[in-house]
Design a protein around this ligand. Structure first.
Ligand code: NAD
Length: 350
């Protein structure tokens, strides 16, 4: 207790990058006693509760697991806010049952950065940017061997799988390159919306046959797991480019390796691969000169990280001010008699 009011404790957990590109920590420290905590990424609920039991608000990374058992054991915890994308490590219904608020950053925050990075991968693949750099680095001379001669994006047919937050921005950016046609496969988006983006709605099996470049922006679900499999690779145009910044599991990696060997895929650029963070096929993929692999970094820009820092900080402050946090995953908890915040003497504005 500081004077007349309570200073809440906020822990930034396994997230050294938080605040590296913003003044969010300083901002947070006006409202919270901020601590940085490192825990075992595989910490069991009881061990985690011992580390974080006296904290009020947690800013979480992609690890460790925040299970119901952890919330049950850590009665002080009011909220957990996930910095980054995805929240597989937070048991949202467990949080709700225990009266804990669970939040994530709103996905529009990463839209521009991931879309720009996707276009960067498309252009780097088409124009052999990494190969050209490696050529100069290892030969220390300027010449143009034929394998460095790439393809323009203009007049190409681009297939976009998933026209959500990111895919729709990729479509907008691609239009600046005078592509011939943009085909979209998204069974959940009205075809009129696809047309409004200046693209053509189509089925996956039509898209894979016609596209020169395929870029994937759908979520990983039971339905999309291995959406791009050996059968679909075998029906693609010879010389197709494959770009994936969504989730590794959308591509059957063994089938991709087969398609690279067969010369069906001319170039693949992958920001995500099955089995991250230790993808079993990584070393095999890296044997191909016509493959670019990046470490799941499509959202990694200074601007995006700053926006994520700020979004998380603002939601933390909203929570202890009794306001509804913008990125809430379990809004039903706000009405619940179990909501832990109720016992803290804050006047709730919901
Ligand atoms: P989103 O939910 O806004 O959009 C996803 C779109 O995919 C939706 O329009 C949905 O209708 C569509 N979709 C769902 N099932 C489909 C299916 N079976 N076939 C085709 N389309 C389908 O999500 P988003 O914010 O645009 O994110 C897209 C992907 O990018 C996600 O997989 C996300 O995890 C990933 N992502 C990656 C990074 C990175 O750093 N590489 C960063 C952010 C997001």
């Amino acid at each position: 207790v500081y004077g007349a009011y309570v200073m809440y404790r906020l822990a930034i957990v396994n997230l050294g990058i938080y605040g590296a590109f913003s003044n969010a920590e300083e901002f947070l420290s006006r409202y919270f006693k901020v601590v940085r905590v490192s825990v075992d990424p595989k910490a069991a609920p009881d061990a985690l509760a011992r580390e974080l039991g006296d904290v009020d608000v947690i800013i979480a990374s992609s690890n460790p697991q925040y299970s119901r058992e952890f919330f049950r054991l850590s009665k002080n915890v009011l909220a957990v806010i996930r910095w980054g994308v995805g929240y597989d490590n937070i048991d949202v219904s467990g949080a709700t049952e225990e009266g804990v608020i669970a939040c994530v950053i709103p996905n529009y925050i990463v839209r521009e950065s991931v879309a720009e990075f996707t276009v960067a991968l498309i252009l780097a693949s088409l124009r052999r940017v990494t190969l050209a750099h490696n050529f100069v680095k290892s030969n220390l001379r300027f010449s143009r061997p034929t394998y460095l001669i790439g393809d323009d994006l203009r007049d190409k047919v681009v297939g976009v799988i998933g026209l959500g937050n990111i895919g729709s921005r990729v479509v907008e950016l691609l239009k600046a390159f005078n592509v011939k046609q943009i085909l979209v496969y998204d069974p959940y988006v009205n075809p009129d919306v696809v047309r409004a983006y200046g693209a053509y709605p189509t089925h996956i099996d039509d898209l894979i046959v016609k596209a020169d470049i395929i870029t994937i922006h759908a979520p990983l679900t039971k339905e999309t797991y291995h959406l791009i499999n050996k059968d679909r690779f075998s029906r693609m145009k010879r010389g197709v480019y494959i770009i994936n910044t969504s989730r590794g599991g959308l591509i059957d990696t063994e089938a991709l390796i087969w398609a690279l060997r067969e010369g069906i895929v001319k170039f693949a650029a992958l920001d995500v691969i099955e089995g991250e963070p230790e993808p079993p096929h990584l070393s095999e993929l890296l044997k191909f000169d016509n493959v670019i692999v990046t470490p799941h970094i499509a959202s990694g820009s200074v601007e995006c990280y700053r926006l994520m820092d700020e979004a998380v900080a603002l939601d933390a402050i909203r929570i202890i001010s009794g306001e509804k946090p913008v990125g809430i995953l379990n809004p039903e908890v706000l009405k619940s008699p179990n909501l832990r915040l109720r016992s803290r003497g804050i006047s709730l504005k919901y």
